[in-house]
Design a protein around this ligand. Structure first.
Ligand SMILES: Cc1cc2nc3c(=O)[nH]c(=O)nc-3n(C[C@H](O)[C@H](O)[C@H](O)COP(=O)(O)OP(=O)(O)OC[C@H]3O[C@@H](n4cnc5c(N)ncnc54)[C@H](O)[C@@H]3O)c2cc1C
Length: 378
């Protein structure tokens, strides 16, 4: 039987991020009078961290992405990602830019207006500028173009490895190959069975990504109605030889496909959002083929070869805002879930907020209310 004060389920960016933030906070207060020391443990089912959604992302930071709460988290995370003071190797961001293209369809036109009005980071550009950014773009298909220059690639591997090292260096434990199979309340403790181990913890943090509602059910806690949605991607080679390295991420504004340069090739995603039960997600060939077809009608080139393909789950709360907060009814059961399509780019701010809430050090704010697990999910 193992004892820990705070037990985190899930070794993706959410679990590792909050684990590292908790250890950091606890170390700051370690020698203060009347402060009991507290231990932190992360349990991960797979043999490595980041195996599921975290290791399958497009690795992009987009300021204008997501609803108002998400955009605040994007802003609050930018400075750390730009200049992390505790991860060697410098900035985790490389500026890339984002070009969104709209057809004359009314909905796409309205979305262009909405984005220009709501996001200070985007500007409207003309077809000549769009073509200079992405020379293969079929500019005859599109009537309007929106550009966000500050969008950047994120070095997800360095972020995750850096935080994992900090977690263990500052006293936290990471246990891989530990699948949580049962959870129950035992006195004032959570009793968690994982493999042949039994853990007792005062606080349980549910950072299990697509499985977060399953973990709640194991603990007899009411699920929040989180929806895992599959998103696929493929590395492709184009017919004509292009140097894609300086191109921005580019997409139709309705997100019916998007493309991103990656290691000299192009990553193309059908931007699928098919509901699935939590699982090790795989690509549906028909969905990928249809997405590549939509991409090909939008550019003056063809896909010669798909060299690699994968899929992952983006898990959303019904209102598309992440959840960070204690459950309304289950004592010391903390939700950190519903990171959707922005879990990496919001992770510095969301991990810090989650750690502050767990340690009861967070000042009330409208942002914290919007993340709460007790909010209305209608
Ligand atoms: C194709 C794609 C593109 C994306 N692009 C971007 C992007 O450009 N920018 C961005 O910010 N975000 C992006 N995202 C979203 C981002 O990847 C997710 O929001 C983020 O990774 C979620 O992290 P997580 O830690 O919550 O989940 P995960 O990384 O899935 O981690 C959850 C972990 O919990 C573990 N677990 C579950 N059940 C148990 C159990 N019973 N016992 C022990 N462990 C368990 C799992 O094994 C898993 O490792 C993208 C996602 C996809 C799929």
């Amino acid at each position: 039987m193992h004892k820990t004060d705070i037990l985190i389920i899930g070794g993706g960016i959410a679990g590792i991020g909050v684990g590292r933030a908790l250890c950091h906070q606890l170390n700051l207060t370690k020698n203060q009078p009347n402060t009991a020391s507290r231990s932190v443990t992360v349990l991960e089912r797979e043999s490595q961290t980041g195996y599921h959604s975290t290791g399958r992302s497009a690795a992009v930071w987009i300021q204008s992405y997501g609803n108002d709460s998400v955009q605040v988290l994007n802003d609050q995370s930018f400075h750390y990602l730009k200049e992390p003071d505790d991860i060697s190797g410098g900035s985790l961001l490389s500026q890339r830019g984002l070009l969104l293209c709209a057809t004359q369809d009314n909905k796409q036109n309205a979305e262009t207006d909405r984005l220009l009005k709501s996001s200070a980071s985007v500007v409207e550009v003309d077809a000549a500028k769009a073509a200079s950014l992405v020379p293969i773009l079929n500019t005859e298909r599109y009537t309007r173009f929106v550009y966000e220059a500050i969008s950047s690639d994120i070095d997800v591997d360095r972020l995750l490895q850096g935080w994992t090292k900090q977690l263990t260096a500052s006293g936290g434990q990471l246990r891989c190959h530990c699948e949580v199979k049962s959870i129950r309340r035992h006195g004032d403790q959570w009793e968690v069975k994982a493999g042949s181990d039994v853990w007792h913890a005062s606080i349980l943090v549910n950072a299990a990504g697509a499985w977060a509602d399953e973990i709640a059910k194991l603990a007899s806690v009411k699920p929040l109605g989180l929806k895992p949605l599959r998103r696929s991607a493929a590395m492709v080679e184009l017919g004509a030889g292009h140097d894609v390295s300086q191109w921005p991420v580019f997409s139709e504004i309705d997100e019916s496909w998007y493309a991103k340069p990656e290691a000299g090739k192009l990553m193309v995603s059908p931007a699928d959002e098919d509901p699935m039960d939590a699982c090790d997600a795989w690509v549906d060939d028909m969905v990928l083929a249809a997405g590549i077809d939509r991409f090909e009608t939008s550019v003056n080139d063809t896909v010669k070869r798909v060299t690699h393909q994968w899929a992952g789950l983006r898990t959303f709360a019904p209102d598309k805002t992440p959840v960070a907060g204690f459950d309304a009814h289950a004592e010391n059961f903390f939700w950190l879930a519903g990171h959707g399509g922005y879990g990496i780019q919001t992770s510095p701010a969301l991990s810090r907020i989650a750690a502050d809430l767990i340690l009861e050090q967070a000042a009330p704010s409208a942002l914290i209310d919007s993340l709460s697990a007790t909010r209305s999910f209608q």
